[in-house]
Design a protein around this ligand. Sequence first.
Ligand code: PEP
Length: 248
Amino acid sequence: MTRILIAGNWKMNGDISMAQNLATMIASEGDALNCEYLLCPPFTAIQTVASAIGDSGISLGGQDCHAAEAGAHTGDISVGMLTDLGCGYVIVGHSERRSNHGETDADVKVKAEAAVEGGLTAIVCVGESEAERESGDALAVVGSQVASSLPDAASATNTVIAYEPVWAIGTGKVPTVEQIAEMHLHIKSVLTQEFGSDSSKTFRILYGGSVNAENADEILRTDGVGGALVGGASLKAESFLAIGRSCP
Ligand code: PEP
Protein backbone atom coordinates (compact mmCIF):
# COMPACT_ATOMS: atom_id res chain seq x y z
CA MET A 1 0.00 0.00 0.00
CA THR A 2 1.22 3.50 -0.78
CA ARG A 3 2.35 5.26 2.35
CA ILE A 4 1.17 8.72 3.30
CA LEU A 5 3.67 11.28 2.01
CA ILE A 6 4.87 14.01 4.36
CA ALA A 7 6.84 16.49 2.26
CA GLY A 8 8.84 19.35 3.75
CA ASN A 9 9.27 22.42 1.56
CA TRP A 10 12.06 24.43 3.17
CA LYS A 11 11.65 27.24 0.62
CA MET A 12 14.52 29.79 0.75
CA ASN A 13 15.57 28.83 4.27
CA GLY A 14 18.56 27.10 5.71
CA ASP A 15 22.31 27.39 5.59
CA ILE A 16 24.52 24.31 5.40
CA SER A 17 24.76 23.77 9.13
CA MET A 18 21.00 24.07 9.65
CA ALA A 19 20.39 21.70 6.72
CA GLN A 20 22.84 19.17 8.12
CA ASN A 21 21.30 19.26 11.61
CA LEU A 22 17.67 19.20 10.54
CA ALA A 23 18.14 16.41 7.99
CA THR A 24 20.11 14.31 10.50
CA MET A 25 17.36 14.65 13.10
CA ILE A 26 14.62 13.76 10.62
CA ALA A 27 16.60 10.79 9.35
CA SER A 28 17.12 9.45 12.87
CA GLU A 29 13.41 8.89 13.42
CA GLY A 30 11.59 9.56 10.16
CA ASP A 31 11.79 6.21 8.47
CA ALA A 32 10.44 4.37 11.50
CA LEU A 33 7.18 6.29 11.20
CA ASN A 34 4.13 5.17 9.32
CA CYS A 35 4.70 7.51 6.37
CA GLU A 36 7.16 8.44 3.65
CA TYR A 37 9.20 11.53 4.51
CA LEU A 38 10.44 13.83 1.77
CA LEU A 39 12.80 16.77 2.25
CA CYS A 40 12.92 19.56 -0.34
CA PRO A 41 15.74 21.89 0.75
CA PRO A 42 17.02 24.85 -1.26
CA PHE A 43 19.25 23.79 -4.18
CA THR A 44 22.38 24.89 -2.29
CA ALA A 45 21.70 22.38 0.50
CA ILE A 46 20.60 19.34 -1.50
CA GLN A 47 23.99 17.68 -1.42
CA THR A 48 24.36 18.25 2.34
CA VAL A 49 20.91 16.80 2.96
CA ALA A 50 21.66 13.84 0.66
CA SER A 51 24.72 12.98 2.77
CA ALA A 52 22.89 13.51 6.05
CA ILE A 53 19.95 11.24 5.17
CA GLY A 54 22.19 8.59 3.57
CA ASP A 55 20.26 5.36 3.13
CA SER A 56 17.78 6.12 5.92
CA GLY A 57 14.81 5.77 3.57
CA ILE A 58 14.01 9.50 3.66
CA SER A 59 13.31 10.88 0.17
CA LEU A 60 14.90 13.95 -1.36
CA GLY A 61 13.49 16.51 -3.78
CA GLY A 62 13.99 19.88 -5.43
CA GLN A 63 11.65 22.86 -5.12
CA ASP A 64 11.51 23.60 -8.84
CA CYS A 65 13.19 22.66 -12.13
CA HIS A 66 13.59 23.99 -15.64
CA ALA A 67 11.93 22.16 -18.51
CA ALA A 68 15.07 22.10 -20.67
CA GLU A 69 17.86 19.56 -20.25
CA ALA A 70 20.63 22.17 -20.30
CA GLY A 71 21.54 25.49 -21.86
CA ALA A 72 21.42 29.24 -21.44
CA HIS A 73 19.03 29.47 -18.47
CA THR A 74 20.85 31.50 -15.86
CA GLY A 75 19.84 30.63 -12.33
CA ASP A 76 17.82 27.56 -13.29
CA ILE A 77 18.29 23.91 -12.40
CA SER A 78 17.58 20.95 -14.69
CA VAL A 79 15.94 17.65 -13.86
CA GLY A 80 19.24 15.87 -14.58
CA MET A 81 21.01 18.03 -12.00
CA LEU A 82 18.42 16.99 -9.41
CA THR A 83 18.64 13.28 -10.19
CA ASP A 84 22.43 13.55 -10.16
CA LEU A 85 22.20 14.66 -6.51
CA GLY A 86 19.91 11.78 -5.59
CA CYS A 87 16.55 13.52 -5.82
CA GLY A 88 13.48 11.42 -6.54
CA TYR A 89 10.95 14.25 -6.49
CA VAL A 90 10.51 17.84 -7.59
CA ILE A 91 7.83 20.36 -6.62
CA VAL A 92 6.43 22.29 -9.59
CA GLY A 93 3.84 25.05 -9.77
CA HIS A 94 4.05 26.10 -6.14
CA SER A 95 1.87 29.19 -5.71
CA GLU A 96 5.00 31.21 -4.84
CA ARG A 97 6.47 30.25 -8.25
CA ARG A 98 3.15 31.03 -9.93
CA SER A 99 2.89 34.46 -8.28
CA ASN A 100 6.57 35.53 -7.94
CA HIS A 101 7.68 34.22 -11.33
CA GLY A 102 4.47 34.43 -13.34
CA GLU A 103 4.36 30.69 -14.00
CA THR A 104 1.23 29.57 -15.84
CA ASP A 105 -0.41 26.15 -15.97
CA ALA A 106 1.32 25.64 -19.33
CA ASP A 107 4.74 26.42 -17.78
CA VAL A 108 4.03 24.06 -14.91
CA LYS A 109 2.97 21.32 -17.30
CA VAL A 110 6.20 21.43 -19.34
CA LYS A 111 8.25 21.31 -16.14
CA ALA A 112 6.20 18.36 -14.88
CA GLU A 113 6.62 16.62 -18.26
CA ALA A 114 10.39 17.12 -18.09
CA ALA A 115 10.48 15.86 -14.50
CA VAL A 116 8.60 12.68 -15.37
CA GLU A 117 10.66 12.06 -18.52
CA GLY A 118 13.81 12.50 -16.45
CA GLY A 119 12.73 9.96 -13.85
CA LEU A 120 11.48 12.25 -11.08
CA THR A 121 8.08 12.20 -9.44
CA ALA A 122 6.49 15.61 -10.00
CA ILE A 123 4.55 17.18 -7.12
CA VAL A 124 2.21 19.50 -8.98
CA CYS A 125 0.75 22.26 -6.80
CA VAL A 126 -2.69 23.73 -7.36
CA GLY A 127 -4.88 25.98 -5.24
CA GLU A 128 -7.31 28.86 -5.29
CA SER A 129 -6.81 32.40 -4.00
CA GLU A 130 -8.88 33.82 -1.18
CA ALA A 131 -10.94 35.89 -3.64
CA GLU A 132 -11.64 32.78 -5.73
CA ARG A 133 -12.72 30.87 -2.60
CA GLU A 134 -14.98 33.74 -1.52
CA SER A 135 -16.59 34.09 -4.93
CA GLY A 136 -17.44 30.38 -5.01
CA ASP A 137 -14.99 29.61 -7.82
CA ALA A 138 -12.55 27.41 -5.89
CA LEU A 139 -13.63 24.07 -7.37
CA ALA A 140 -13.64 25.40 -10.94
CA VAL A 141 -10.26 27.12 -10.58
CA VAL A 142 -8.53 24.11 -9.04
CA GLY A 143 -10.21 21.69 -11.47
CA SER A 144 -8.90 23.71 -14.38
CA GLN A 145 -5.38 23.88 -12.89
CA VAL A 146 -5.37 20.10 -12.46
CA ALA A 147 -6.56 19.52 -16.03
CA SER A 148 -3.96 21.93 -17.47
CA SER A 149 -0.84 21.45 -15.28
CA LEU A 150 -0.31 17.69 -15.18
CA PRO A 151 1.93 15.81 -17.60
CA ASP A 152 0.12 13.82 -20.31
CA ALA A 153 1.88 10.67 -19.06
CA ALA A 154 0.86 11.26 -15.44
CA SER A 155 0.41 8.13 -13.35
CA ALA A 156 0.26 7.37 -9.65
CA THR A 157 3.96 6.53 -9.61
CA ASN A 158 5.26 9.63 -11.38
CA THR A 159 2.89 12.39 -10.29
CA VAL A 160 1.51 13.65 -6.98
CA ILE A 161 -0.95 16.52 -6.69
CA ALA A 162 -0.68 19.01 -3.82
CA TYR A 163 -3.82 21.00 -3.08
CA GLU A 164 -2.63 24.18 -1.44
CA PRO A 165 -5.18 26.98 -1.07
CA VAL A 166 -3.07 30.12 -1.55
CA TRP A 167 -4.79 31.84 1.38
CA ALA A 168 -3.75 29.02 3.73
CA ILE A 169 -0.03 29.07 2.92
CA GLY A 170 2.00 30.53 5.76
CA THR A 171 -1.05 32.29 7.23
CA GLY A 172 -2.20 29.94 9.98
CA LYS A 173 -5.61 29.81 8.26
CA VAL A 174 -6.77 26.30 7.36
CA PRO A 175 -9.87 25.23 5.44
CA THR A 176 -12.40 23.12 7.32
CA VAL A 177 -12.04 19.36 6.96
CA GLU A 178 -15.27 19.45 4.94
CA GLN A 179 -13.71 21.95 2.52
CA ILE A 180 -10.54 19.86 2.25
CA ALA A 181 -12.53 16.66 1.66
CA GLU A 182 -14.76 18.37 -0.91
CA MET A 183 -11.74 19.67 -2.87
CA HIS A 184 -9.86 16.37 -2.73
CA LEU A 185 -12.94 14.55 -3.99
CA HIS A 186 -13.29 17.10 -6.78
CA ILE A 187 -9.62 16.74 -7.77
CA LYS A 188 -10.08 12.98 -7.83
CA SER A 189 -13.04 13.28 -10.18
CA VAL A 190 -11.11 15.62 -12.52
CA LEU A 191 -8.21 13.14 -12.51
CA THR A 192 -10.56 10.29 -13.42
CA GLN A 193 -12.01 12.37 -16.22
CA GLU A 194 -8.54 13.24 -17.55
CA PHE A 195 -6.63 10.00 -16.98
CA GLY A 196 -9.17 7.21 -16.46
CA SER A 197 -9.81 5.15 -13.39
CA ASP A 198 -7.51 2.12 -13.44
CA SER A 199 -5.37 1.52 -10.38
CA SER A 200 -2.24 3.07 -11.96
CA LYS A 201 -4.18 6.34 -11.87
CA THR A 202 -4.92 6.34 -8.15
CA PHE A 203 -2.93 9.49 -7.51
CA ARG A 204 -1.73 10.65 -4.11
CA ILE A 205 -3.30 14.01 -3.34
CA LEU A 206 -1.57 16.01 -0.60
CA TYR A 207 -3.03 18.88 1.38
CA GLY A 208 -0.77 21.88 2.04
CA GLY A 209 -1.31 25.16 3.87
CA SER A 210 -0.47 25.81 7.54
CA VAL A 211 -0.22 22.13 8.47
CA ASN A 212 1.36 21.82 11.91
CA ALA A 213 1.82 19.40 14.80
CA GLU A 214 -1.59 20.32 16.22
CA ASN A 215 -3.81 20.04 13.14
CA ALA A 216 -1.99 17.23 11.26
CA ASP A 217 -3.93 14.42 12.88
CA GLU A 218 -7.31 15.72 11.75
CA ILE A 219 -6.09 16.72 8.28
CA LEU A 220 -4.32 13.42 7.58
CA ARG A 221 -7.48 11.51 8.53
CA THR A 222 -9.64 13.52 6.16
CA ASP A 223 -11.17 11.63 3.23
CA GLY A 224 -9.00 11.69 0.14
CA VAL A 225 -5.90 13.16 1.82
CA GLY A 226 -2.79 11.15 0.91
CA GLY A 227 -0.29 13.28 2.78
CA ALA A 228 0.82 16.83 3.46
CA LEU A 229 3.08 19.44 1.89
CA VAL A 230 4.49 21.37 4.82
CA GLY A 231 6.31 24.71 4.75
CA GLY A 232 6.95 26.48 8.07
CA ALA A 233 6.49 23.42 10.29
CA SER A 234 9.06 21.47 8.28
CA LEU A 235 11.86 23.77 9.44
CA LYS A 236 11.93 22.34 12.98
CA ALA A 237 12.59 18.63 13.51
CA GLU A 238 10.17 18.42 16.43
CA SER A 239 7.16 19.81 14.57
CA PHE A 240 7.95 17.95 11.33
CA LEU A 241 8.38 14.64 13.16
CA ALA A 242 5.20 15.28 15.17
CA ILE A 243 3.30 15.56 11.87
CA GLY A 244 4.70 12.17 10.81
CA ARG A 245 3.68 10.65 14.14
CA SER A 246 0.10 11.68 13.34
CA CYS A 247 0.00 9.51 10.23
CA PRO A 248 -2.92 7.12 10.49
C1 PEP B 1 3.96 25.55 1.35
O1 PEP B 1 4.58 26.56 1.09
O2 PEP B 1 3.94 24.62 0.53
C2 PEP B 1 3.24 25.51 2.62
C3 PEP B 1 2.27 24.64 2.74
O3 PEP B 1 3.63 26.40 3.59
P1 PEP B 1 3.07 26.47 5.10
O4 PEP B 1 3.01 25.06 5.63
O5 PEP B 1 4.06 27.32 5.82
O6 PEP B 1 1.71 27.07 5.02
